[in-house]
Design a protein around this ligand. Structure first.
Ligand SMILES: *[C@@H]1O[C@H](CO)[C@@H](O)[C@H](O)[C@H]1NC(C)=O
Ligand SMILES: *[C@@H]1O[C@H](CO)[C@@H](O)[C@H](O)[C@H]1NC(C)=O
Length: 128
């Protein structure tokens, strides 16, 4: 259900992003994502849903905190920080997604890790 919604919503975003990126012709740069945009929220929901499937967890998506998309040739690399509920507590997760656009490959989750507050992985998540 979530996945179906995503493929509908995410495709138009990708098209818009691609147009913008091709106009700027700045391969290799990073572009901030609008975290209140429903399309970006759908990316966060997709990441949590895929992680739940793979790791047999039951995280509940809350919101996307921040991050960017980095185009490289025909692949868009998304880096997101997602805020999600695990049982009774809320946690931040650093997650990476990617999508090949020319051949319209599906969105793929490549990494999903908790940002552990109080050690260097929190610094990597750069929550402050
Ligand atoms: C971000 O997305 C929201 C929802 O689509 C929109 O209302 C808002 O204007 C956007 N902000 C920017 C800076 O584009
Ligand atoms: C920081 O937290 C991560 C995730 O829990 C853990 O894998 C890593 O070993 C921790 N690093 C240190 C230095 O404690």
């Amino acid at each position: 259900m979530v996945i179906k919604l995503n493929s509908i919503i995410v495709t138009p975003l990708v098209v818009v992003v691609i147009i913008l990126l091709h106009v700027s012709a700045a391969q290799g740069g990073s572009y901030p994502l609008n975290i209140t945009n429903p399309v970006v929220i759908a990316l966060g929901q997709f990441a949590v849903a895929e992680h739940n499937k793979a790791a047999k967890t039951k995280l509940e998506f809350r919101e996307v905190i921040k991050r960017y998309v980095r185009p490289r040739y025909s692949i868009l690399y998304y880096e997101l920080i997602v805020y999600a509920k695990d049982d009774d507590s809320l946690h931040y997760y650093l997650t990476y997604l990617q999508r090949e656009i020319i051949w319209s490959k599906p969105l793929v989750l490549t990494s999903f890790e908790e940002c552990d507050s109080g050690n260097e992985s929190n610094v990597r998540c750069n929550l402050n």
